[in-house]
Design a protein around this ligand. Structure first.
Ligand code: SAM
Length: 235
């Protein structure tokens, strides 16, 4: 696994130290082991885990400056993209959030085993935590992958971003369509699409795109709406 990961990262001009590779190996082994008893990932074949989970998570660093920032990962699940990014950026503080406690327990055990000092977890729904003064408008960057369609995701994620901060949505082919459906949400939530970065994951034909949004102003108090509403009735 380590050799393949290193080779694929090199193709993106990302240099992984032996310490980082060891952490990825611990994470990989724990992911597969825990997945036998807990639903963490449908992807278990080594090359696919490397490409679709690890490489997909970290390729972002070729486009966005992540050093010495505060980052929240909304709907992190088994730790994607948060854990791989945190392995590469030990000086950046990561808050990994999910509404499923057992997945966070898994992440806590990975963080412990890898001796990572830059990762915390928080259990709750984005709709609730987005109103908590400890999290609202407190992060330089919010990242999120495979949680919801863009109009919903913008309402779940933008509350955590500081004014002038960034929200990065990990997407693929559906982005264009989802952007067309997000005009109203972008305006209400005071976000604008700053840039899209697309690429194909090495050694595959997996097309990926990072949509980067800038938050231009503070959010109205009523957003996010109560739990379930953003999904049921998107802006
Ligand atoms: N981001 C991970 C990935 O890419 O592998 C996990 C994706 S998984 C399909 C979606 C995750 O988002 C689940 O773990 C779920 O519990 C979480 N989630 C969904 N809605 C949420 C909400 N409103 N607040 C917090 N977490 C949420």
């Amino acid at each position: 696994m380590k050799q393949y990961l290193q080779k694929m990262a090199e193709q993106l001009e990302i240099n992984l130290t032996s310490d980082m590779l060891s952490k990825f190996e611990i994470f990989y082994n724990m992911l597969l082991e825990t997945n036998k008893t807990m639903n963490l990932t449908a992807i278990t074949e080594m090359h696919e885990v490397v490409l679709k989970h690890f490489i997909d998570s970290i390729a972002l660093l070729n486009y966005i400056e992540l050093s010495n920032k505060t980052v929240i990962d909304v709907g992190t699940g088994a730790g994607f993209p948060g854990i791989p990014l945190a392995i590469l950026f030990p000086n950046t503080k990561f808050m990994l959030m999910d509404s499923l406690q057992k997945r966070l327990k898994f992440i806590d055990s990975v963080v412990d085993a890898c001796d990572m000092k830059n990762v915390s977890t928080i259990h709750g729904r984005a709709e609730d935590l987005g109103h908590d003064v400890n999290y609202r408008e407190k992060f330089d960057i919010c990242v999120s992958r495979a949680v919801a369609a863009l109009p919903v995701l913008l309402e779940l994620c933008s509350p955590f971003v500081k004014v002038n901060g960034l929200f990065v949505s990990y997407k693929s082919e559906l982005l264009k369509e989802e952007l067309q459906q997000s005009e109203k949400a972008l305006s209400i939530l005071r976000c604008e699409l700053m840039k899209q970065y697309d690429y194909t994951i090495p050694d595959s034909d997996f097309y990926r795109v990072y949509a980067v949004f800038k938050k231009n102003g503070a959010l109205q108090k009523k957003y996010p709406r109560q739990a379930g509403k953003p999904k049921k009735n998107p802006l």
